[in-house]
Design a protein around this ligand. Structure first.
Ligand code: PBG
Ligand code: ZN
Length: 346
């Protein structure tokens, strides 16, 4: 058939088969490498670190054995080994034995996270980006992310406490605070408070679209933060609602977030991709404990190859539009990329 004259916008696509053969682009690994559209780097990834008070040795927890809760004394070693893989960012979580109704150990300068921040900062200076999770669930007796009054999570009271937690992290030396309680207005409360207290340089990564997901279960066992009554559905997002998620993101941007987070990652690639087109600030995706667990468990059964699935999942999150990814696989993927094992394996 005679090739048709196409409108200008289509010219680059040629006239179809047989002139166009897409398999040419896949001829061998070197050609495929040249045409690779999405690339991942160690610096795309953020590693979650859990520091626990009152332990002396790293503690394995069933659901995420390879991650381990660390005592303060092991933090420096851990960061050293991370830096060697090319990772440059961590997100710190505290696991606290001192729980009360008001999460007071969450904002004490003697708290485990505050101590860890100071220790890391004094040893590594600006070589590492320290992000801190700002929430209450590991520090409250009831295990909810906010302050509870008559079995109800009090939004504005919680915002005051979250602001104090963020301030205590900034004072200790955190670069980025990441509020994860899903209270309305938490970003503007925290931004105001940090500015008043002299921390206008501290960035805010907002857990903007955090869905109420059963994929957090391994984390809750791991961090001892399961709610003692009810669930998190009055503050975390329903997984059915994408417009509402975009409103959450819009609102956090207007309140002063420097970057936004979407969490979990794999089931919400549609959302990542939709907002990518219209927001002009960085998108962080959190590939959560349950996503990690799915790969781990299936690979332990011998049903899938852990490394290959990990690479596919993490690359897909970036392809969808995420600029950075929090993952329990950060160490593994970074060392793989550093040694270029991923390319050799193919
Ligand atoms: C605490 C918090 C949770 C996660 C991160 N911060 C758990 C929750 O909201 O119940 C989940 C992370 C994961 O599953 O890896 N607010
Ligand atoms: Zn929480």
């Amino acid at each position: 058939m005679k090739p048709q004259i196409k409108p200008k916008k289509d010219i680059s696509y040629g006239s179809g088969f047989p002139h166009v053969r897409l398999r040419r682009l896949r001829k061998n690994q070197a050609i495929r490498d040249l045409f690779q559209e999405t690339r991942i780097f160690p610096s795309d990834f953020i590693y979650p670190i859990f520091v626990e008070d009152q332990i002396r040795e790293p503690k394995k927890i069933g659901t995420m054995e390879e991650i381990k809760r660390l005592p303060l004394s092991r933090i420096i070693n851990e960061i050293e080994s991370l830096l060697q893989t090319g990772l440059k960012s961590i997100i710190l979580f505290g696991v606290s034995s001192q729980k009360d109704e008001y999460a007071s150990s969450a904002y004490s300068q003697k708290g485990i996270v505050q101590k860890a921040i100071k220790e890391i900062r004094s040893n590594f200076g600006e070589k590492i980006v320290i992000i801190t999770d700002v929430c209450m669930c590991q520090y409250t007796t009831h295990g909810h992310c906010g302050i509870v009054k008559n079995k109800i999570i009090d939004n504005d009271l919680s915002n005051h406490v979250l602001s104090k937690i963020a301030e205590s992290h900034a004072l200790a030396g955190a670069d980025i605070v990441a509020p994860s309680a899903m209270m309305d207005g938490q970003i503007s409360f925290i931004r105001d408070w940090l500015d008043i207290k002299g921390y206008s340089d501290t960035l805010i990564l907002s857990y903007s679209a955090k869905f109420a997901s059963p994929l957090y279960n391994p984390f809750r066992d791991f961090a001892d933060s399961t709610p003692k009554f009810g669930d998190r559905k009055t503050y975390q997002m329903p997984f059915t609602n994408i417009n509402e998620a975009i409103r959450e993101i819009d609102s956090d941007i207007s309140e002063g977030a420097d970057m936004i987070m979407i969490k979990p990652a794999i089931p919400y690639l549609d959302l990542i991709n939709q907002v990518r087109d219209f927001i002009r600030l960085p998108i962080c995706a959190y590939s959560v404990s349950g996503e990690y667990a799915l790969i781990k468990a299936a690979s332990e059964q011998g049903w899938i190859n852990e490394t290959e699935v990990m690479v596919e999942f993490l690359t897909s999150i970036k392809r969808a539009g995420a600029d950075m990814i929090i993952t329990y696989y950060a160490k593994k993927i970074a060392s793989l990329l550093k040694n270029e094992l991923f390319y050799k394996e193919n």
